[in-house]
Design a binder for this molecule. Sequence first.
Ligand SMILES: Nc1ncnc2c1ncn2[C@@H]1O[C@H](COP(=O)(O)OP(=O)(O)OP(=O)(O)O)[C@@H](O)[C@H]1O
Length: 251
Amino acid sequence: MKDLIHIDGLNLYYDTHHALKNISMDLPEKTVTAFIGPSGCGKSTLLRTLNRMNDMIPGVRVEGQVMLNGSDIYSNEIEVETLRKRVGMVFQQPNPFPKSIYDNVAYGPRLHGVTHKKELDELVEQSLVHAALWDEVKDVLKKSAMSLSGGQQQRLCIARALAVQPDVLLMDEATSALDPISTLKIEELVKELHHKYTIVMVTHNMHQAARVSGKTVFFLNGEVVEAADTETLFSTPQDSRTEDYISGRFG
Ligand SMILES: Nc1ncnc2c1ncn2[C@@H]1O[C@H](COP(=O)(O)OP(=O)(O)OP(=O)(O)O)[C@@H](O)[C@H]1O
């Protein structure tokens, strides 16, 4: 599988706190990559560097390179809005807009200039189908997104992210606020979506990483300890710290 994202010598500081230390890795396209590791090890920080969400945090300094399909996303020529269209994100808490289901999904395409009703209708339907929500909402598209359950809201947020046809979908603990059934639905969805999208997910749940991802990266104190295909990392870890973590000795 071709590598879509190439990270080289990445360091990130929150003021004086050195949160990411010399990270280099490749993220293959159309694969789910899981970031695992104990709380505070830098998983979410690294995820946020992939669509420059850290730019919004005062005092953040980034050094090194993040290449997306051959271009450096930190170069001056990159427009952050365009980058975020290519690299969508879903957060821990479902955060639909207080608008109708339809308008949530149509929001991104409208922002990027799609105005034709038929085209919008198609995009909304296609995105909701891809997010495995269409059957549940197709008759209530005008209803408020806030009327949906937490799990449905999260799938709506996935549909909203997919509606602008991104290359990459970032998921930051996207199931940790959900019940087990909704979690399972999202895991099933992610397994389907990776045929079309490159997915990078942060998870506290090692079992989830093992179930869903093709590649896993284990972090500790802002450093990558080990990155490998998921089966190898969980069956034959090379580093004793990985082994200790996955066998539950800490974290
Ligand atoms: N906005 C911020 N300002 C200052 N420091 C931060 C900020 N966000 C994270 N940090 C610090 O950076 C380090 C990495 O945090 P990060 O949230 O990336 O870790 P994580 O592995 O995702 O943790 P968790 O699993 O608990 O979400 C931690 O020491 C954290 O305190």
